[in-house]
Design a binder for this molecule. Structure first.
Ligand code: G16
Length: 546
């Protein structure tokens, strides 16, 4: 009996404009009748080419993942999609989904995730649409999807039973084929094609103490496949490996605050030579060595500086990119090594044209994201393997020694991000406005012995397609010496979050191993008074420092 396509009448929701990385809301918002359906139909109505196409669908396994996937399957079948590739159990990490879109030449994909945000009935949920090539939809496309969502009056759905997703195999839904696959194999094959697995295997077989924390999120099965099955690490080196719908009640944000136990073991107890963690959907990473934390900006710079140790970049890289708030450690490497460096707005999608055009091979962000041209998303496990590859190539040197050698060559960009969470939109705007209003008169002023050389609101023109993005954050630049950046987060699900980014370069050898907060304390005071943070927010300190 063939299933019937139903056309359901609906009315618009006014909050379906996507943020930095897809539409992120509380689970309960997504559970409203028609909410997810409206957004998905708006995508089908806006982006051409779904008829007869192949799509990839999966998510980070968080609460509501399975329900949302069944909705998308039924809608895809009703909208003429020919085939959907779904991760077993509905699970796909964000980078693995990007890889599948590329490998199977899919028209695009839906990735269900709210990244590192907590999950569960009171937690967060999200959806992002990726295009052919595996990158997130451009701002022009998401603007068009939003416009469509504001006039939507119906969506199409196939009336059919849920498709079983727990086992690998093929099923049909109306005229559509549903291929349930184990994406850990595809992903591990890709990683094996990029890195020197023999050298990493030898490193892990030595007395090298290694741990990876999957934080009960999506990377557990991928990490087990890679580190244990392909690289011979002991099974207990992959921790919290089982993806859970509530992430075990944790906050799968790999940083010193939310992965504090791992950090304590590596940094304070010095009980691990190398440790790493990844986030809810597997695109973020945190890197630790014995006694040291590698800041995301440094991680990007060190990987780029040593790119030729990665077999696929043995002949060097054409260029690398960072998002504007990310530390300028990368720029120092590019200047010395002679490759091109690009500065883009926050959001991985801004790297994609540069990657597609072959202008850059490596890119990264301060928000614990690093990646390369192998996919069009950041990739937590790629970054871990890049570091293992480097440690294997420079066997005998500890991670701390590699970092110190890097700082001696390029200087050290001390870096901190101060988040002010759950502000009202008015408070956040008032802080932005008070700094914005001073920008024109700041150049030339000397504060705390540092002279401001430029102050502006960052805007970007894409060098490949000429598209532009304005209002991407406020910058106060003290030459190469220091920088203060202020912007509003585009990923929150309640209230407004302000991010204050502080960076200061130190190059003398005695200054390379100071506590970060000690170096940045004076700059932090300058930033607080410039932005009038206390006055405008009533807060005397940030909610989170990373
Ligand atoms: C997303 C984006 C990143 C961005 C980060 C933080 O990451 O993909 O490009 O740096 O959000 O954005 P914001 O500062 O606007 O909150 P993820 O890992 O959350 O998908």
């Amino acid at each position: 009996m063939s299933a019937a396509v139903r056309t359901i009448t609906t009315t618009p929701f006014d909050d379906q404009r996507v943020g930095t990385a897809g539409l992120r809301k509380k689970v309960r918002v997504f559970q409203q009748t028609h909410y997810l359906e409206n957004f998905v139909q708006a995508v089908f109505d806006t982006h051409p080419g779904f008829e007869g196409s192949t799509l990839v669908v999966g998510g980070d396994g968080r609460y509501h993942n399975d329900t949302a996937i069944q909705t998308i399957l039924a809608m895809a079948a009703a909208n003429g999609v020919a085939k959907i590739i779904v991760g077993k159990g509905g699970i796909l990490s964000t980078p693995a989904a990007s890889h599948l879109i590329r490998k199977y030449d899919a028209h695009g994909g839906f990735i269900l995730s709210a990244s590192h945000n907590p999950a569960g009935p009171d937690g967060d949920f999200g959806i992002k649409f990726s295009i052919h090539g595996g990158g997130q939809a451009s701002s022009a496309l998401t603007d068009a999807i939003y416009a469509r969502s504001q006039e939507i009056d119906r969506y199409r759905l196939l009336d059919a039973a849920p498709v079983p997703l727990d086992d690998v195999g093929a099923a049909t839904l109306g005229d559509m084929t549903v291929d349930v696959i184990d994406s850990t194999e595809d992903y591990a094959d890709l990683m094996e094609s990029l890195f020197d697995f023999d050298a990493i295997r030898a490193l892990l077989a030595s007395d090298f103490r290694f741990a990876f924390d999957a934080m009960h999120a999506v990377t557990g099965p991928y990490a087990t496949r890679l580190f244990v099955e392909r690289l011979g690490a002991s099974p207990d080196s992959v921790r919290n490996a089982e993806p859970l719908p509530d992430f075990g009640g944790g906050h799968p944000d790999p940083n010193l605050v939310y992965a504090a136990d791992l950090a304590d073991e590596a940094i304070n107890q010095q009980a691990l030579d190398f440790a790493a963690a990844s986030d809810g959907d597997g695109d973020r990473n945190m890197i630790l060595g014995r006694g040291v934390f590698v800041s995301p900006g440094d991680s990007l710079a060190v990987i780029a500086a040593n790119a030729s140790t990665i077999p696929v970049y043995a002949d060097g890289i054409p260029g690398a990119a960072r998002s504007m708030p990310t530390s300028r450690a990368l720029d120092a490497v590019a200047a010395q090594q002679g490759f091109d460096a690009y500065e883009t707005p926050t959001g991985w999608k801004f790297f994609c044209n540069l990657l597609d055009a072959g202008r850059i091979a490596i890119c990264g962000e301060e928000s614990f994201g690093t990646g390369s041209d192998h996919v069009r998303e950041k990739d937590g496990l790629w970054a871990v393997l890049a570091w293992l590859n480097l440690l294997a190539a420079r066997r005998g040197e500890s991670l701390a020694e590699i970092l110190l050698a890097h700082w001696k060559t390029y200087g050290r960009h001390y870096y901190e991000r101060h988040d002010y969470e759950d502000l009202s939109a008015e408070q956040a705007d008032a802080v932005m406005q008070s700094l914005r209003a001073q920008l024109a008169e700041l150049p030339g002023r000397t504060l705390n012995d540092l002279t401001i050389t430029a102050a502006d609101e960052f805007g970007y023109t894409d060098p490949i397609d000429g598209s532009s993005a304005d209002g991407q954050g406020l910058r106060v630049i003290f030459g190469d010496a220091a920088r203060i950046v202020l912007r509003k987060s585009g990923t929150g699900t309640s209230g407004a979050t302000l991010r204050l980014y502080l960076e200061e370069l130190r190059s003398d050898e005695w200054e390379l191993r100071l506590p970060t907060h000690e170096v940045l304390g004076p700059l932090s005071a300058v930033a607080d008074s410039l932005c009038q943070l206390r006055e405008q927010t009533g807060r005397d300190k940030p909610s989170l420092v990373t």
